[in-house]
Write a protein that binds this ligand. Structure first.
Ligand code: XMP
Length: 509
């Protein structure tokens, strides 16, 4: 196993995901993890991620120095690269910023950079640089601005890279990670083949004959988790809470899907009126999320009570939590600066005294999809884009009204339809329409119209933590825009959002 120590990088998951795709299991650990924990876990290599801080600042995250005595290869990336230099006796100072693609000139014969050309395209994002190396290290690559862009101590198998090998723009980044795995001596035998049987056995061992309640959303994660739980026990009760801020036709779609797959106990709770009433007049994004999260728990609890009265005791709660959800909510619960409150993890079980069953808790989204294919779930359901728990509420900027929900639903339906018809949908991580609460003038026939602006957003991503805007062909965008303006009353303009994450987020609120 490779451990990725997380220094707050948006790319920490990407590093772990890339290592897994090379056939080696990788997990993310907080940067405060003591060396004894890593030793007990028998990690074979350690990667220090990037991060937003400067190593010379007060209270900057650091590393347990005993890690360097474990005899395990260490690779520092960006902040990790600087931290290695800083901790082992080198020097890091503020420098001119490098952001984006740069050319690395490879020097010497570092094992980490074996197989690379003399000049390599790499991706940089830093404002500090290493200017003096610790003893025993030598420079193995530099760029125009950054003389120590790569360093190595082959004897100690310790390496630093100022650039990010995990991002696609570093053209041979995967080769570098593969070299690191070789240096670590890891066997490349991590695969999800056969994982379904193991997970089902684990669920059986945990729940026995006990009943499991599962909140389903129509999304990939809760679908795959429910299917695994259903294989382990017939006592699974699925409940879909409709908060009314969902996609057009969604409630009927989910019901049909679960019934077709043979779930005997599928329950639907129409709670849209409660949600609409409570959301009236609320415009603050975090307040919206809080109200939705709290009301969701209330409605779900009431449904569980009702099911208990009907079927007897229910002791377990099934959830489609996946690996990034778990790491992010653990981080969010500690960090003062919470970007957004995600409501789908936590909250429920503590209050309801239910034991959690989370079969997908160690997997990334694409691994969940792979697993879903292995157990024969329908491909179109597995390839659905992620949809946020608070639903269209985070895609309607400002107050939520019945009119605005209707507009977003229709616009979203048309955009998705165009993407599916043109084969674009499966190439994209997530695509949707959002409503901007400003009005703009248009002309319809001979008369002036005045209506909302719809923003179409489509992004490519590996894990939702970072994202690029999708380069959809213009004619597809044009058809979607013209259908929306023609068919959705109350919309006069359509724009396409070309912001990356970071600095933007994928959703609007
Ligand atoms: P952001 O907007 O934070 O979104 O860039 C990253 C990914 O997370 C999804 N998202 C959510 N999912 N509950 C969820 O289940 C939430 O509250 C929530 N907020 C954002 C978003 O759709 C994207 O895939």
């Amino acid at each position: 196993m490779i451990a990725v120590l997380d220094y707050g990088s948006q790319f920490a998951h990407l590093i772990a995901r890339r290592i897994r795709s090379l056939g080696v299991y990788a997990e993310i650990f907080p940067n405060t993890t003591p060396s004894s924990v890593l030793k007990n876990k028998k990690v074979e290599g350690i990667i220090l991620s990037g991060g937003p801080r400067s190593v010379y600042e007060n209270n900057a995250p650091t590393i347990d120095k005993r890690i360097f005595t474990l005899g395990v290869p260490v690779l520092g990336l960006c902040y990790g690269h600087q931290l290695l230099a800083h901790t082992l006796g080198g020097k890091v100072v503020p420098s001119s910023k490098e952001y984006g693609k740069e050319t690395l000139t490879v020097a010497g014969k570092s094992r980490l950079l074996q197989g690379l050309g003399k000049k390599e395209q790499v991706w940089m994002s830093h404002g500090d640089s290493v200017v003096a190396l610790p003893q025993g290290f030598s420079v193995s690559g530099s760029t125009q601005e950054c003389k120590i862009a790569a360093f190595a101590d082959e004897k100690r198998r310790t390496y630093g890279l100022q650039f990010h090998p995990e991002v696609q723009h570093t053209l041979h980044g995967m080769k570098i990670l593969e070299n690191f795995i070789k240096i670590c001596g890891c066997k490349r035998n991590y695969t999800i083949k056969g994982l379904d049987r193991k997970l089902v056995a684990e669920i059986k061992a945990k729940v026995g004959n006990g009943a499991v309640i599962m909140g389903v959303s129509g999304g990939v994660d809760s679908l795959v988790a429910s299917a695994l739980i259903k294989t382990a026990t017939p006592n699974i009760y699925c409940a879909f809470v409709d908060h009314g801020i969902i996609r057009k036709g969604e409630a009927a779609y989910v019901k049909e899907l679960y019934e077709k797959l043979g779930f005997r106990h599928y329950y639907y709770a129409d709670a849209s009126q409660i949600f609409y009433t409570r959301l009236k007049g609320i415009t603050d994004p975090e307040e919206k999320r809080r109200v939705i999260g709290k009301t969701f728990i209330e409605v779900f609890e009431a449904k569980v009570k009702e099911l208990k009265a009907k079927h007897g005791e229910i002791r377990f709660l099934g959830q489609g939590t996946i690996y990034p959800d778990r790491i992010e909510s653990a981080k969010a619960s500690k960090a003062a600066d919470v970007i957004k409150t995600h409501h789908n993890v936590g909250g429920l079980p503590a209050k309801m005294r239910l034991k959690l069953v989370e079969p997908l808790k160690d997997l990334y989204k694409d691994e969940v999809r792979e697993l879903g294919k292995m157990i024969g779930l329908p491909l179109d359901a597995l390839m659905r884009h992620p949809f946020p728990g608070p639903g269209l509420a985070v895609r309607i900027v400002g107050e939520i009204t019945a009119e605005r929900i209707g507009i977003v639903q229709e616009a979203d339906f048309i955009f998705t339809d165009e993407l599916k018809k043109t084969g674009q949908y499966d190439k994209i991580w997530q695509a949707f329409a959002a409503l901007l609460p400003v009005k703009a003038v248009g002309v319809m026939g001979d008369s002036r119209s005045y209506g909302y602006i719809i923003s179409l957003r489509a992004v490519t991503s590996v894990d939702g933590m970072t994202a690029d805007w999708a380069k959809i062909p213009n004619d597809v965008l044009e058809r979607a825009a013209s259908r929306i303006v023609k068919n959705v009353r109350g919309v006069t303009r359509v724009v396409y959002d070309i912001t990356q994450k970071p600095p933007a987020t994928i959703e609007y609120e």
